[in-house]
Design a protein around this ligand. Structure first.
Ligand SMILES: [Zn+2]
Length: 108
């Protein structure tokens, strides 16, 4: 169920890499879902889904699950970038990619 939520959210992204992030608290409750968004023209890159989630919920988040999809919602590999990793370490948040097979089992 959470996987469907992530895929639907990722499909809203207008970036070349369609990525969604879902944040859960220590109890495992979902507290927010975001997708990446193109930033202002000329600056390059995008506002990563993980970053916008961390900006919104900060330390309320215990773990962030990230998911990247193609145009039709098929799951593609994704790894958090250096900036997101550093920010999450600063806040004590774990970022996990659901492309990890074990992770997928838990989500389906
Ligand atoms: Zn990032």
């Amino acid at each position: 169920m959470m996987l469907n939520r992530l895929i639907k959210k990722a499909l809203k992204s207008r970036c070349r890499y369609r990525v969604a992030a879902l944040g859960v608290n220590k109890k495992g409750e979902v507290i927010g879902v975001t997708f990446n968004q193109p930033r202002f023209c000329g600056e390059g890159g995008s506002l990563h889904a993980e970053i916008s989630l961390m900006q919104k919920y900060g330390r309320k988040i215990s773990t962030i699950y990230i998911c990247r999809v193609n145009r039709i919602g098929g799951i593609l590999p994704i790894h958090p970038c250096k900036r997101c990793r550093e920010k999450s370490e600063e806040l004590g948040i774990k970022i996990l990619s659901i492309t990890d097979a074990k992770m997928l089992e838990r989500f389906i």
